[in-house]
Ligand binder design. Structure first.
Ligand SMILES: [Zn+2]
Length: 290
């Protein structure tokens, strides 16, 4: 059976790297918080489609809207960590990095009473050092490797990698973001900006094809990506304007359609990311018997 994991990085519109020059962290408390409404809209879509998903919640957000974090859990989804402060990990020194990973995990666990297993790095800024710390702090998996060479902010991991989940030398399971090769170029089909920038039909076809050739497809997006009414920030670079504002009004409909098409064409089961680990452990314990 093919598996699909939908994941959502829960942060607000002003916390995105694209707008960092205009909204440094010390200004966040003055910005309009829109994350609750947008996340509930995603939760409603998931209910409507009868799907359970994984929510990587930013610590800063969890602290301000703990009720939302509890609601994500009570509606059947997995809560995992998106770090505390949404800084690019390679810009932090080791102490600050460890605090960010540790505080965000503890905060979410205090709110939900459930162990946090997973982590997704802000802007996919993963590294071997981050993986080692995740292991030391009791995380079980990471889902931040987006091995796309043309994006200037993404991180890297050393060692053997694979398209599907693999065990990194740190002892952490890596569940990478999917890419497809076309004309010797690797194209990210994991979601986010690419979900809005590529024509929908092209994106959908690439996902359907990927799932025919692979057993697991991981998708991600953010609550602000379905919010066409978010404040528009001018005076940012054109590339950032494009990354932040393209096709916001269409994204919600696209998400519904993508789910329907995958269900129709790939006969896939929708899972939480943490569930992948539990089921593979169970299989090992029972000697691989189903
Ligand atoms: Zn993020």
């Amino acid at each position: 059976m093919k598996q699909v994991c939908l994941s959502f990085d829960i942060e607000d519109w002003f916390q995105v790297e694209n707008l960092r020059e205009v909204f440094p962290p010390e200004t966040w408390d003055k910005a309009e918080l829109r994350v609750e409404r947008n996340t509930r809209q995603i939760l409603d879509i998931l209910d409507e489609k009868n799907i359970k998903a994984t929510f990587f919640v930013l610590g800063w957000i969890a602290e301000r809207v703990p009720g939302l974090v509890k609601e994500i859990v009570s509606r059947g989804h997995e809560v995992a960590s998106h770090g505390y402060n949404h800084q690019l990990n390679y810009n932090l020194d080791s102490d600050a990095l460890r605090k960010d990973l540790e505080n965000s995990k503890k905060l979410l666990e205090d709110i939900t009473g459930i162990e946090v297993m997973g982590y997704r790095a802000p802007t996919f800024s993963i590294s071997d050092e981050v993986m080692t710390m995740l292991k030391e702090l009791g995380y079980k998996y990471d889902s931040s490797l987006n091995d796309f060479p043309l994006h200037d902010r993404y991180g890297k991991l050393s060692g053997e990698k694979s398209v599907g989940p693999f065990l990194h030398s740190s002892g952490i399971v890596e569940i990478p973001m999917p890419l497809v090769s076309i004309f010797n170029k690797r194209i990210p089909i994991s979601g986010g900006g690419y979900f809005r920038l590529l024509p929908f039909g092209v994106f959908r076809n690439l996902v359907i094809r990927f799932l025919k050739e692979n057993n697991l497809y991981v998708f991600y997006m953010h609550p602000w990506e379905i919010d066409d009414e978010q404040p528009r920030v001018k005076d940012i670079k054109l590339t950032n304007t494009v990354r932040q504002y393209t096709a916001l009004a269409k994204t919600e409909r696209r998400l519904r359609t993508l789910v329907d098409e995958i269900k129709k064409r790939n006969n896939a089961r929708f899972e939480r990311l943490g569930q992948l680990l539990t089921s593979s452990v169970k299989q090992e314990e029972t000697g691989g018997a189903q």
